[in-house]
Write a protein that binds this ligand. Structure first.
Ligand SMILES: NC(=O)c1ccc[n+]([C@@H]2O[C@H](COP(=O)([O-])OP(=O)(O)OC[C@H]3O[C@@H](n4cnc5c(N)ncnc54)[C@H](OP(=O)(O)O)[C@@H]3O)[C@@H](O)[C@H]2O)c1
Length: 324
């Protein structure tokens, strides 16, 4: 069994990892570290796990675990690694944005690989440290990578995406307060969202010219999931675009191209990314849908763990969507 530790266990991505790893046939949770709840039952923070685990949160780490997941807010992963060390064999998977950009990827003796399996599968298999991608970044890159690889992204790209409230973490804020969020929708950080950096680096990695990315993020009044749309000029036919995408994702374990228009619920509670293509005059519209906490965070982190430990990529991730 692979012994794992989870840091930031009372948050949303931490909770989702505990759920996944308790049901993973090859992992054993060694400890769940919490800054605020050491000594308390994990089920006190994650009530749905009642009867499934007797684990208590801890305030100390076991440095000899096989893998550790950092589920902390931005900047806190670096701080945590400065204050706690792990054995040279321990593989690290960080869910924050501390190590995602190429300029941040080397830290002390660690070299972080950007953990998007559809882009970096072979590098992930060899990696000892992973920078797990952002949630919007995952949905948007999966919508655009086949175009960037084949040199079809030289024109401007207009991107619109809506996320559920869990994207903002467990802490209560003005925009996650029920009275504000319910029956409401609004945009934020227009054209300046922090995920544009990692998206730009991945799209540019094939060496082709990339047009400007205009990204408008929205907050939706649901709890889970991201529906993203991106459109750009495309000279070819719809069938040519579909072939391009299906080719690119032939071997992808969780990313699939659908001929039918998407609805968010078909991927919520799963590690899937579904993609749909539509052509209107010269424009190609690409839609992608993911669960922000699974393919956008903890599910992708487990997918990366599976690759790093030479397990079948789908291990522990065959999940059921809550369609109705
Ligand atoms: N939510 C998403 O959909 C999503 C998707 C992709 C990536 N991410 C990234 O994953 C990371 C975790 O996200 P999350 O949604 O799980 O966040 P969260 O719900 O806010 O949980 C973060 C946890 O970090 C711990 N923590 C430790 N030091 C802290 C400090 N100084 N300030 C605040 N919290 C501290 C807390 O848990 P303890 O008290 O138990 O230590 C807290 O519950 C973030 O970097 C986020 O950007 C999130």
């Amino acid at each position: 069994m692979i012994k794992v530790g989870i840091i930031g266990g009372s948050g949303y991505t931490g909770g989702e990892l505990i759920r996944l790893l308790l049901n993973h046939p090859k992992t054993e949770i060694d400890f769940v570290f919490s800054t605020t709840r050491a000594g308390k039952a994990v089920t006190a923070a994650h009530a749905d796990l009642l009867g499934q685990t007797d684990l208590l949160f801890t305030g100390t780490v076991n440095p000899d675990v096989d893998a550790v997941f950092l589920c902390l807010g931005h900047g806190n992963s670096t701080k945590f690694l400065e204050e706690h060390s792990f054995s040279e064999q321990t593989k690290i998977i960080d869910l924050s944005n501390d190590f995602r950009l190429q300029n941040d990827a080397e830290w002390n003796n660690l070299k972080f690989v950007y953990g998007l399996p559809e882009l970096n599968r072979s590098k992930i298999i060899e990696a000892t440290a992973i920078a797990n991608p952002g949630c919007f970044a995952t949905a948007i890159q999966l919508a655009l990578l086949p175009l960037s690889k084949n040199g079809f992204l030289e024109n401007d790209v207009h991107i619109n995406a809506v996320t559920g409230s869990t994207g903002a973490g467990v802490g209560l804020s003005a925009t996650s307060h029920f009275s504000w969020r319910n029956n409401n929708v609004s945009w934020y950080k227009p054209f300046t969202h922090q995920h544009l950096g990692e998206i730009g680096e991945s799209l540019a990695s094939y060496g082709n010219v990339i047009g400007k990315l205009h990204f408008l993020p929205n907050r939706g009044n649901f709890t889970r999931g991201i529906l993203a749309t991106a459109y750009t000029n495309f000279d070819g036919t719809l069938e040519e675009a579909q072939e391009l995408f299906k080719d690119y994702y032939t071997d992808a374990a969780f990313t699939h191209v659908s001929d039918e228009p998407l609805h968010l619920k078909q991927v919520v509670n799963t590690n899937q990314c579904h993609i749909h293509l539509h052509k209107h005059e010269e424009l190609l519209l690409v839609t992608s849908a993911i669960d922000n906490l699974l393919k956008g965070a903890s599910g992708q982190a487990v997918q990366n763990l599976n690759l790093m430990f030479n397990l079948k990529e789908q291990t522990g991730l065959q999940l059921k969507a809550g369609v109705f």
